[in-house]
Design a protein around this ligand. Structure first.
Ligand SMILES: [Zn+2]
Ligand SMILES: [Zn+2]
Length: 313
């Protein structure tokens, strides 16, 4: 009898150890967020730590990352062209069919044939002026999935000046918790935070945008402004602050809501990793589990989260 208690205890300890290794994801090192990766200009406050509960119920410690909401290293806009004579430098881009298109005047005049839909008429055929939501009122009415019918056939843009408080606070787990299952970002959820101090947003609701015959213009950095999130990215076009990797791996661009790193699409040799899972993640010895962004034309960064998510507000 006296020997049964220690054996039972050993068994429990062994089981607990087995459980904790299986939830932390394979047997590789888990590398989480490094506060030093963010330039000071990207942050509205110093990064601190606090207790938090993740999406899967895990009680742990999170970094509190409060971004300014304005990119640390590049300008915001331009978005919509003003006239059909405007060139690529006067406006931003549109994303369609896996490609990034210059949203210049020529693109605006070609929309009816581009989408094979004669209802597209984003400009005045006499003056050549493009219909642009260039007031706060029109931005509020048009920069939403249920576009106000008054702003059908508009190029939609909003100014960051309309946003009273553009800061966003993320709680990101200091140690990512890998899960065997994956999860979505949710309609109002966030993909993560870029090192530029800008939100990585889920895919733009392109069907709703095009259904209203609107173009929710992106700037050349793949970002735009809406009244709820402020300035946010939908595509990685090479504008984000990057942290180079000394082993030839793609550079770090930011962190997902689960704390795993988000890296560029291709490694130093120009090739995209061939072993990415449905979330666009894989593991290596130096970084543990991490993600690689999709190409800019895909209206997405990563496919899903493979770890328990923190939160954003
Ligand atoms: Zn958006
Ligand atoms: Zn990788």
């Amino acid at each position: 009898m006296p020997t049964r208690t220690p054996l039972g205890l050993l068994l429990i300890v062994a089981l607990a150890a087995a459980c904790s290794t299986s939830t932390s994801g394979e047997d590789e090192p888990v590398t989480g967020l490094n506060p030093d990766d963010f330039p000071a200009e990207a942050l509205a406050a110093e990064i601190t730590t606090e207790a938090c509960t993740l999406s899967g119920g895990t009680k742990t410690t999170c970094y509190r990352v409060t971004i300014t909401g304005a990119p640390a290293n590049h300008a915001v806009g331009p978005f919509c062209p003003r006239t059909i004579d405007d060139g690529p430098a006067d406006a931003g881009v549109w994303i369609e069919d896996g490609q990034v298109w210059d949203l210049d005047g020529a693109f605006i005049t070609g929309l009816a044939s581009f989408y094979d839909d004669a209802s597209w008429q984003l400009y005045d055929p006499v003056s050549g002026e493009v219909n642009v939501t260039d007031t706060q009122e029109s931005c509020n009415a048009a920069a939403r999935p249920d576009v106000d019918p008054a702003y059908q056939n508009y190029c939609v843009e909003c100014s960051l000046d309309y946003i009273a408080d553009s800061t966003i606070t993320f709680l990101i787990p200091t140690e990512p918790v890998f899960q065997d299952t994956t999860s979505d970002f949710g309609m109002m959820g966030k993909v993560g935070v870029s090192l530029s101090g800008v939100v990585f947003d889920p895919p733009a609701p392109v069907d709703a945008i095009l259904g209203a015959h609107t173009i929710a213009a992106f700037d050349d950095c793949g970002g735009h402004v809406n009244p709820h999130t402020g300035y946010h990215y939908h595509a990685a076009t090479g504008c984000s602050v990057e942290v180079a990797q000394d082993d030839g791996h793609a550079p770090l661009l930011g962190y997902a809501m689960d704390g795993f790193g988000i890296y560029g699409m291709v490694d130093g040799d120009g090739s995209e990793p061939s072993d990415l899972d449905e979330c666009r993640g894989h593991s290596d010895d130096a970084r543990g589990y991490h993600y690689h962004v999709a190409s800019a034309g895909e209206n997405m960064f990563i496919g899903c989260l493979h770890g328990e998510a923190g939160s954003a507000q």
